[in-house]
Design a protein around this ligand. Structure first.
Ligand code: ADP
Length: 598
């Protein structure tokens, strides 16, 4: 433990372990198998990087993303750690050099894709080369229950067969309960120690609004986020381009990012965003996995994501520096229906469709919940508690509840009298006495409940029926064109035997502004001139070394330097992220800048 702490202080420049990091590192060092579930930004990398340095031999890190591997390797090389990556973009000569480094025992960490690791006789080759541990990053990819199943990950089960005595540490930020057990089974982990960190991100304010006039809502939102970096996630390429265009027209530096862009263009957008040259990226889900930008201050979901794992991972890209960030999710029934159709009409197996549909259902419950949203997410990941979080909209501005039994009875009665043949919108048309042709053609204008809820506006009805669906008072039959059906809970309500509380519908523009929670995080009193000078210095170095700027030093470290104004090496060493190696490399230059501008 002493040695791990020493490495943390000395090489990585951090004073103490976060949460369970110390225990996890110890367990890997001791040679156990481990399952680590930790939210994005929690500090998973150190959980294998430090054991890799403590244990004798070569640590193999399996990662699915080339960009991520390159960044990690660049960051490790900054610390003079012998790390390298083997993937399809590495040229033959470098590959040969890496192989000879492995053979000579010079390498401490090798990042590799699952395909690369399992190709040819590479595993056999490693058998003769003293492997210290295997780290499986994004381990949820091994499970069909996870949200990003990758068939090549399944073959990683061979690792335990080939190396029964080498510890495996499987890490992920997104695994619900079923996925967690499946990772253990698939990777054949041997009596693994399990570390489930809290998934709560207290610095992220969570707000959900209905998806009406989304662009206008985004414009309003951005008024209080001027100059702050953010991501707008959209479901389609078309929406990314539309939103980026609209925002550019309003004077924002925004670009679209999606799978149809060429690799060069994608790289360019990532680079510009990383370097703060553009403020906003409007992206499909393909964006973000390979970037480690600590100062993303907000994340908007233009459309509802397909499951809570994706949603939570995406909002988790905000506020990685620990400072306040805000997330805003738009949801609409239309999004839900398209996602559902997407699953139903896909090529997947029936079993996979059932899982995906259940996940979508939970996402919808989250979006329309009237109670603490954080608790809903936490329980999804197997963490149960019932205290308020105080950083979601429902806790900060609890929705007002009223006795809605009368409305529920009206809606249920309309469902039954229409022979359970209407979908959500049609039901509301019936209740509101619409004279749409479809209503008349189906003879729905003849039933007794036609027009019974005329006084209630359309969107209010939608809000009420959605809550009825969530409370199980009606169900949606997806096998029958999303028609609404009664459930065993319907009858007692119609008979007047139970009371149903509903939340009132409040249009987005009438919602009280959610106060940003006061956080106990030091947002610093950084000297802005000094900070700018440090950033300029860092950019120069990053360009000459061809690495992302944060690899040289992250924003948090620069902020701290600009607040603390260190005047000598020992004061500089106190800064998070400055250890012995970075002090040696950059200490003089930094102290000189502090002297000049501080
Ligand atoms: P994850 O892989 O879980 O998303 P990372 O390993 O990239 O997270 O860590 C996120 C950030 O937190 C990085 O900038 C990392 O250097 C920093 N970090 C990790 N552990 C510590 C620690 N013990 N003290 C301070 N900062 C830390």
């Amino acid at each position: 433990m002493q040695e791990s702490l020493q490495i943390l202080n000395d090489i990585f420049g951090y004073s103490s372990f976060r949460d369970r990091q110390g225990d996890i590192i110890q367990s890997v060092v001791d040679g156990n198998d481990n399952l680590v579930i930790m939210p994005t930004g929690g500090g998973k990398s150190l959980c294998y990087q430090i054991p890799a340095l403590v244990r004798d031999g070569l640590a193999i890190v399996v990662s699915p993303l080339i960009a991520l591997m390159n960044d990690q390797v660049a960051a490790l090389k900054q610390l003079d750690i012998a790390a390298d990556a083997l993937h399809s973009n590495i040229d033959e000569e470098t590959k040969r050099r890496i192989h000879s480094d492995i053979a000579e025992g010079k390498l401490k960490m090798l990042y590799i894709s699952p395909e690369g690791l399992l190709a040819g006789r590479f595993l056999e080759y490693l058998k003769n080369n003293n492997v210290s541990l295997f780290a499986i990053d994004e381990a949820h990819c091994v499970s069909v229950w996870g949200n990003d199943f990758r068939p090549e990950y399944v073959k990683l089960s061979r690792l335990k067969d080939t190396f029964p005595d080498i510890p495996i540490v499987a890490l992920t930020a997104t695994a619900d309960h079923a996925t967690q057990s499946d990772i253990i089974t698939q990777l054949k982990l041997n009596e693994p120690k399990q570390f489930l960190s809290s998934f709560e991100r207290t610095n992220i304010k969570t707000v959900v609004n209905s998806g009406l006039k989304r662009i206008q809502q985004i414009s309003n939102f951005l008024l209080s986020h001027q100059g702050e970096a953010g991501i707008v996630y959209c479901l389609s390429r078309k929406s990314t381009e539309k939103v980026a265009n609209d925002l550019r027209a309003q004077g924002y530096k925004a670009r679209a990012y999606h799978a149809r862009l060429s690799a060069d263009e994608r790289e360019e957008v990532q680079h510009e965003f990383q370097a703060d040259e553009i403020q906003i990226v409007c992206a499909t889900i393909a964006f973000g996995m390979g970037i480690d930008k600590p100062n993303i201050r907000w994340v908007i979901h233009y459309n509802m994501p397909k499951n809570i794992e994706s949603y939570y991972q995406e909002i988790g890209r905000g506020g990685r520096d620990g400072k306040p960030a805000e997330s805003l999710l738009f949801h609409s029934w239309g999004d839900y229906v398209s996602l559902k159709r997407f699953i139903d009409e896909g090529e997947a197996t029936e079993q996979f469709k059932i899982v995906q549909s259940a996940k979508l259902e939970r996402m919808w419950e989250f979006a329309t919940a009237a109670s603490c949203r954080t608790n809903l997410v936490l329980s999804y990941f197997g963490e149960y508690r019932n205290t308020k979080c105080d950083h979601c909209d429902n806790c900060l501005n609890p929705p007002e509840l009223f006795d809605g039994t009368k409305y529920v009875q009206m809606a249920l009665s309309a469902v039954i009298r229409s022979q359970e043949s209407v979908s959500l919108n049609l039901l509301i048309d019936v209740l509101r006495g619409s004279n749409r042709t479809e209503v008349r053609d189906l003879g729905l204008d003849k039933i007794k409940t036609f027009g019974i809820g005329r006084d209630v506006p359309f969107l209010d009805w939608k809000h009420y029926v959605t809550q009825m669906i969530n409370q199980g008072l009606v169900s949606i039959d997806f096998t029958d064109r999303s028609k609404l059906k009664s459930t065993p809970l319907s009858n007692p309500i119609l008979k007047g035997e139970s009371t149903i509380m509903l939340s009132k519908f409040i249009p987005n523009d009438k919602k009280p502004k959610v106060k940003v929670p006061k956080l106990s995080i030091d947002v610093g009193n950084a000297d802005q001139d000094l900070l700018a000078a440090l950033k300029a210095w860092r950019l120069g170095l990053a360009k000459s070394q061809k690495v992302p700027a944060y690899v040289i030093m992250n924003n948090k470290a620069l902020d701290q330097i600009s607040s603390v104004l260190p005047s000598n090496s020992s004061e500089l060493l106190v800064v998070d992220g400055v250890g012995r190696v970075k002090l040696m490399k950059y200490g003089d230059a930094i102290l000189k800048i502090v002297k000049e501008y501080g």
